[in-house]
Design a protein around this ligand. Sequence first.
Ligand code: FES
Ligand SMILES: [Fe+2]
Length: 444
Amino acid sequence: MTRELNYQGYTEIQRGESDELLVRTSRGSACGEYLRRYWQPVALTNEVEDVPRVIKVLGEELVLFCDKAGRYGLVHKQCPHRRASMEFGVCEENGIRCCYHGWLFDVDGGIIEIPGQPQKIADLVKQQTRLGAYPVREYRGLIFAYLGPIGQIPEFPIYDTLEIEGQTLVPYRADYRCNWLQVLDAILDPIHTSFLHSRMSRAQFSEGMGEIGELLFYEREMSFLGANVRRVDEHIWVRVNELVLPNYTQAGAAFSADGTRAIYYGRTAFSRWVVPIDDENSTAFAWAIFGDRADPEEYNTPEGPELIEQGELMDRSYAQRQRFPGDAEAVEGMGRIADQKMEHLVPSDKGIIQYRKKLRKLCRNLESGNTPAHVTDSLPNPVATYGGDTVLKIDEDETDDGRRLIEIGEKVMHAQFDAEALIGLERVETVINTLKSIEAEFCR
Ligand code: FES
Ligand SMILES: [Fe+2]
């Protein structure tokens, strides 16, 4: 059918507005303060050398270093004496020494030594002054920092997918030239996998992702889940994308799952945080995960993490990016800060709508003085998560297979929800047994 052409370039207004409450993340902004209540990755361990390194996170320039005793420090950039930059400091046995007049600071910013001054004066300055510093910890090749008020420092959460025996975790970073929220949103948008990563240029992940299937969304106490439930011949494939508040994400395998073979409780192929650098730049700090329950070791190549992160390599020519766009092209193309108020959201954006609504509420709650919740408040550490793939051999329902996909998808999700309080192998065995019994129930 031909439709009548109707040009409205002049009347459709192009200039919109961003979601200011959520996109602003500097110190003092509602969302910036909220994000500062959680441990955030700020660097890769192998980026920290014998000299200090300037980093930027949540709009704040800081200096990261490792002293000669192996302790990490994250300090304000400017020295409290006469404002020299600590990036030119010297890492010593017990802290960092400013290059200008040699003041020595501990990893917590306390002054250890003020050389060349009368003892009395030095002691007084030590008591009254310090270098601003944040707690830091290293975990599996990533450096994490807590940038909030020290009295509210949370337990460091360990997610179950990071503690699976025999897996290889490869730390990586992916830098995006745009606001954090538009990078993060993609995880709660499972349908984009069928288009951006499959139908629009080439199959960037495994074959089979081009099939849309049914979409299921779940909002839980501390997390949001978006699942694709697809029919692949005699199998049903449930692939779960996940966001744990505030900015931690997981998904299923990028390459190993394609719906053609049974998988019982496969787990994520990447675990990542989308961290604001400032309002116009963000970084995904992450691990690509290889092993039996994630992507196979053969994908553990120098390019593997970038391909898992966004479907294509990050650093490519404009011609390549136009012909084979990945997530970076999709989200950076929105502009440095997207105009969310000009969007036209549809049912497949449900996960994004739920997440933004909750984030607004949590930011406002914090402004009213309520300390935000953490996963470890209600769940045992290691914390149960959901990103992953399950593929069950279940025949087609000839009358209404769409309904069957939804039914199986929900059963697969509830098999995991019901085992949430269990930890380690007990959870794995319980979930796998339930998945096998679902399969048996529907097997002719
Ligand atoms: S400016 Fe750092 S010691 Fe003087
Ligand atoms: Fe993507």
